[in-house]
Design a protein around this ligand. Sequence first.
Ligand SMILES: CC(C)(COP(=O)(O)OP(=O)(O)OC[C@H]1O[C@@H](n2cnc3c(N)ncnc32)[C@H](O)[C@@H]1OP(=O)(O)O)[C@@H](O)C(=O)NCCC(=O)NCCS
Length: 167
Amino acid sequence: MSGISENYERKCRIMGFPIQERRRLEGILLDSFEGWYLRHSLKKLYQIKDVFAALYDDTPVGVAMLEELSEELSYLFYIAVAKDFRRKGVASQLLEYCISYSVSKNKKELYAATERDNEPSIALFEKHGFSRISFSEFINRYGFARAIEMYAKMVVVPGEILLVRKL
Ligand SMILES: CC(C)(COP(=O)(O)OP(=O)(O)OC[C@H]1O[C@@H](n2cnc3c(N)ncnc32)[C@H](O)[C@@H]1OP(=O)(O)O)[C@@H](O)C(=O)NCCC(=O)NCCS
């Protein structure tokens, strides 16, 4: 989304971020990831169409990257908040925005993946109605070939857990 949609709830403004301005979001990723995840998230920042930022005044403090998996499914690739702005509800606002945005695009489910030991991230997703889905359940739902294809798109590092929220 290139236009600007805003949400003034709790002071933070959420907006779609055009590709030519995404450099301004790199600092949030540098603050939030390291190693392979950092390199991968920096690459994805410029590849994904729907990148949303949370801003306080004009300063970006959070980012979410939303990808279309299929006509019915969305995938939240990355969500991150600058260290100094955590535990203020910024990720919650971004996540709720991604949920509403996916609903507006007629998606039926929103997926996310996270490291097994990333407690803040798991707690965030569970608070917003996501639940864990095992790989075998995922295969039952979509069939082996499609499940493998989608799983390869979603999981950055083997061993991550998958979460899903009905929309
Ligand atoms: C995970 C992350 C995005 C949360 O951002 P945030 O803006 O601090 O989250 P919120 O303030 O909206 O918190 C919402 C809920 O998430 C959970 N949560 C957030 N941080 C938490 C922490 N450090 N420990 C436990 N639960 C946490 C809580 O349930 C919280 O609700 P509460 O404040 O009512 O208890 C942030 O910690 C981050 O950027 N981490 C590094 C990047 C990352 O791991 N991203 C996720 C995988 S892509």
